[in-house]
Design a protein. Sequence first.
Length: 288
Amino acid sequence: MSGGFGVLRHQPGVLPLAGASVLARLPFSMVSVAAILLFRGHLHSYAIGGLAIALYSAAAAATSPLLGRLATRLGARRVVIGVAIVRAGLLVAVVALAQTGNAALVTVTMVLAGAAEPPVTAVVRSAFARLPEEARSAALSLDSILIEVIFITGPLLVGLVVLVATSGYAVIIAGVLALLGAALIRPTSEAPPPVDSGRANALRLPAVRAVGGVSLAQVLTFASVETAYTAACNDQHHAPLVGVLAALWAVASATGGIVYGMRRWAGSPGGATRSRPRWSASASCRSP
């Protein structure tokens, strides 16, 4: 990539869109940690918290294709803002219902909040896909980096909020940040209506099924590990350190992606990866 990220300065709206997307997607990396602490504090159970987070992530993944299609048909900005409003309201409801101790009701509300995950990544990457080739390559690489930044910054913010307030405030702040970011999302251009060639076509591809299976396994792994280190820190009365551990995990993930991308691999196009890094697969699986 001869021009590097500098080529993006000549593409109107790309950098503001990338910046707004960070704010809009930051809550995805905040809610899991904050919600586990919330469930432990009010429902006295890490198991329920871990289950709720796994279902939250699964619901977000399940509705992502539908919301992406709606964004294409109805307008990206309209859908992103509308869904963000719904999600913010549901996260406030999660905090309020947690005070009642009704685990089932809180879990269901948490799942609904996951289903209302704004399709920011789909909107951003759709906009970037319509850029000229060199700028498109740089923009997609930048977006992969920003995903890791999100998973580094979000948990640290949760740790800071928990240090001065409570986990409930962290959950509510996550919803507010998503809403503010959504309001700033302005796609560089709207995509043309898609040609509907059958909704199930992609699932017929073995590669898509394989990636989906791996992604599901990673989601379960993330939920399990997040629950484990959150429980360990909280039980040792070091809840703010949860954010630090989550951020360090994301740093390690980004480092692994960079190292992977710098190596030559047999079977890749031209016998090697391109000069730019191929950022970590975990970022793709965790992307909001």
